[in-house]
Design a protein around this ligand. Structure first.
Ligand SMILES: Cc1cc2nc3c(=O)[nH]c(=O)nc-3n(C[C@H](O)[C@H](O)[C@H](O)COP(=O)(O)OP(=O)(O)OC[C@H]3O[C@@H](n4cnc5c(N)ncnc54)[C@H](O)[C@@H]3O)c2cc1C
Length: 454
């Protein structure tokens, strides 16, 4: 990018609306946050740059929920409930939810259809009277003073507009709003390493009988192809699994890097541009290999998603940063607002490395402290989802959908409690937040019995 600048003249910005709670970003965290705030009776707006909800889950073609479950002393349990259960029920009623499947023989994940997710999320927000503004890109903030945000600036087809709000919740995944407001943050491991992005895609036209459990054999077929010199792959740890209709499979196979081998940075427009083009090129290379797998001979790429899948960019520095040790040690916190049962899943150069808490000795999940959602220095802002306060290693686990739903639900309810108590989110009674989350069906750990079933 050129270092030259031009001066933008000051101008009056039309006010789109005034809300009690404004949520930026409609991924798992933003969906849950907006529903929780609106359900508590607060006038709530969700602002999303695309024309649909789901975040990386739809926009990047992830099509699979991780982190809803935990391996509790060797037994699988579904721990993330609350708003997530409502959404899953709606996806299921549309016929778009797979039964949970085992990953590495140690933990469950659950695939879904993106169209069903988008429709179910629209219905969920409508049922709770959340106002939605699609095709609106958050572009900046206007501050009341150093510690309070007055308005979010958005770019729309009708030009630049502003949204005023008492409380804002940053669920942008990239911590955009928090960064514009001046909250401190980290990027990657602070030594230039970010989790590598991937371009997901889906294949259709697979012969399910012939393909069988090909996800077990594909890794060794890849090794054979590399040894024979017929193919080269950007990473090991390829995930190729069936969707609900077994003629369709999702493919998580690619890894996007710069010329120097470091990860594409999702905050850099030139990196993103290169990542999209190179991601599609890697997808077609992966497809050429997959067509050699029995059952895949007549397959075709049915979907390349709207955007490259970004796993990690900014992580806000809050009152506590969830760490890798917290994940592996199944940490407890007095101010827990939810749980994470997903292991560390580090997307490093050329590979994906999983690290689990001890099985079956451990309870298999860590609690998520409310302080993760409270950025330093800004009083009317909460941050939830993959940009919440975590270390690089902690985020490698708790960035997945399950924990993001849990954080979002807590942030939305905390915003509502702040407004009813006429106080800032940092001052609310956390025991009241915990009690209300439990009443609304969330599992937050602490003294609660671990839920039965999947
Ligand atoms: C390739 C890949 C594979 C993955 N696999 C899995 C998996 O199998 N299971 C799993 O659970 N998780 C998986 N993840 C992780 C998971 O998808 C994300 O970490 C999770 O979606 C994060 O949720 P979030 O709500 O914090 O943010 P996001 O899902 O990133 O959502 C953020 C939302 O904010 C919007 N937004 C961002 N900036 C702005 C702005 N300035 N203005 C307006 N809108 C904005 C975005 O469009 C998006 O809708 C994967 C991620 C990737 C990239």
């Amino acid at each position: 990018m050129s270092s030259k600048t031009i001066e933008e003249p000051a101008r009056h910005i039309p006010l789109y609306g005034e809300y009690e709670v404004t949520v930026l970003g409609g991924g798992p965290a933003g969906i849950a946050a907006s529903v929780a705030a609106a359900r508590a009776g607060r006038r709530t707006l969700l602002v999303e740059r695309y024309g649909f909800l789901g975040g990386m889950g739809t926009a990047a073609g992830v099509t699979n929920f991780c982190g809803l479950h935990a391996n509790v002393h060797g037994e699988m349990r579904r721990l993330v409930r609350g708003v997530a259960s409502d959404l899953l029920g709606r996806i299921d009623r549309l016929g778009g939810l797979n039964a949970p499947h085992l990953v590495l023989g140690k933990i469950l994940a659950q695939a879904y259809d993106t169209a069903a997710y988008k429709i179910a999320a629209d219905d969920l927000l409508a049922a709770h009277k959340v106002d939605i503004l699609f095709h609106a890109l958050g572009a900046g903030v206007v501050m009341h003073d150093e510690r309070r945000i007055n308005a979010l600036l958005i770019e729309t087809k009708a030009g630049r507009q502003a949204v005023r709000s008492d409380i804002f919740i940053d669920c942008s995944g990239d911590g955009d709003l928090a960064a514009w407001a001046g909250a401190p943050f980290e990027v990657g491991d602070n030594e230039g390493h970010l989790l590598y992005p991937s371009m997901m895609f889906r294949l259709n036209g697979i012969d399910p009988d012939k393909a069988g459990e090909a996800w077990r054999t594909i890794p060794s077929l890849m090794e054979q192809a590399v040894a024979a010199g017929t193919h080269r792959f950007p990473r090991k740890g390829a995930i190729v699994r069936p969707q609900k209709s077994q003629i369709e499979w999702r493919v998580n196979f690619t890894q996007l890097k710069r010329d120097d081998g470091s990860a594409i940075n999702g905050l850099e427009p030139d990196d993103l541009t290169r990542g999209e083009i190179e991601g599609r090129r890697q997808a077609i290379n992966a497809f050429e290999f997959l067509r050699t797998v029995p059952g895949f001979e007549k397959s075709y790429i049915v979907d390349l998603p709207p955007q490259l899948g970004i796993r990690e960019t900014r992580r806000i520095t809050g009152g506590y940063s969830l760490s890798g040790e917290d994940v592996l040690g199944c940490a407890s916190f007095a101010d827990s607002i939810g749980v994470n049962g997903w292991p560390i899943e580090a997307h490093v150069a050329g590979d994906v490395i999983f690290e689990f808490p001890p099985i079956p000795e451990s309870r298999g999940f860590n609690e998520l402290p409310y302080r993760m959602l409270l950025p330093q220095g800004i009083d009317n802002l909460l941050v939830a989802g993959r940009c919440a306060s975590m270390t690089h290693e902690g985020q490698s686990a708790a960035r997945v959908s399950g924990a993001c739903f849990a954080m979002g639900e807590a942030a939305g309810l905390a915003a509502a409690l702040s407004l009813s108590g006429n106080m800032i989110p940092r001052q609310i009674a956390v025991d009241k937040l915990q009690q209300m989350l439990k009443q609304q069906g969330a599992f937050i750990g602490r003294d609660q019995a671990v839920p039965e079933g999947l």
